[in-house]
Design a protein around this ligand. Structure first.
Ligand code: ADP
Length: 159
């Protein structure tokens, strides 16, 4: 059985992330979405909020779970018996960072491989930061995130 982890900030989860979850869930037997808590970025949503939003959206999958984690991704992978790290690639700008990250992880944990899913063309431009920026100006974000997530973002930007 192949277990994969999909680590990220997910602040908040977007249709781009959900597309990667959907596709990765068909490639590995079990997928664990890992919500990073010790990011150097200061998140808009707390770890509990980010986990809860993902939990609600992955109920339809029998083989996808979400867990919070802090520390090294390779340690999180080992703790969960995962041999695969799933990441998404949007543009060339993602590539350099992701390549360095995956090679560093490979040196630290030779038993783990990173697999990349190229973005769905429909979501190639989409990032959590863009969504937050648009929402901060009260712009329409319904095409970027599911309704529940949209509602929670709105709450954050409502005085
Ligand atoms: P991180 O802070 O680790 O980059 P993110 O939540 O921003 O966390 O992203 C997690 C992963 O999902 C990364 O591999 C990122 O490239 C990928 N990702 C984010 N948005 C998209 C998208 N629209 N299409 C494909 N992959 C994406």
């Amino acid at each position: 059985m192949t277990t994969g982890i999909y680590p990220g900030s997910f602040d908040p989860v977007t249709y781009g992330h959900l597309d990667i979850i959907d596709r990765a869930s068909k490639v590995v037997d079990k997928l664990i979405v890992g919500v990073l808590t010790n990011s150097t970025k200061s998140p808009l949503f707390s770890m509990e909020e980010r986990v809860r939003m993902i939990q609600d959206l992955i109920r339809k999958y029998g083989n996808v779970e979400v867990r919070a984690f802090s520390g090294l991704t390779v340690d999180f992978a080992h703790e969960n018996g995962a041999t695969v790290i799933v990441r998404g690639l949007r543009a060339v700008t993602d590539f350099e960072y992701e390549l360095q990250l995956s090679q560093t992880n490979k040196v630290m944990a030779p038993d783990i491989d990173t697999i990349f899913f190229t973005t769905n063309l429909q979501y190639s431009y989409l990032s959590s930061s863009t969504v937050k920026e648009i929402a901060s100006y009260h712009g329409d974000i319904h095409m970027f995130v599911p309704e529940e997530v949209e509602k929670r973002i709105r709450e954050k930007f409502t005085p």
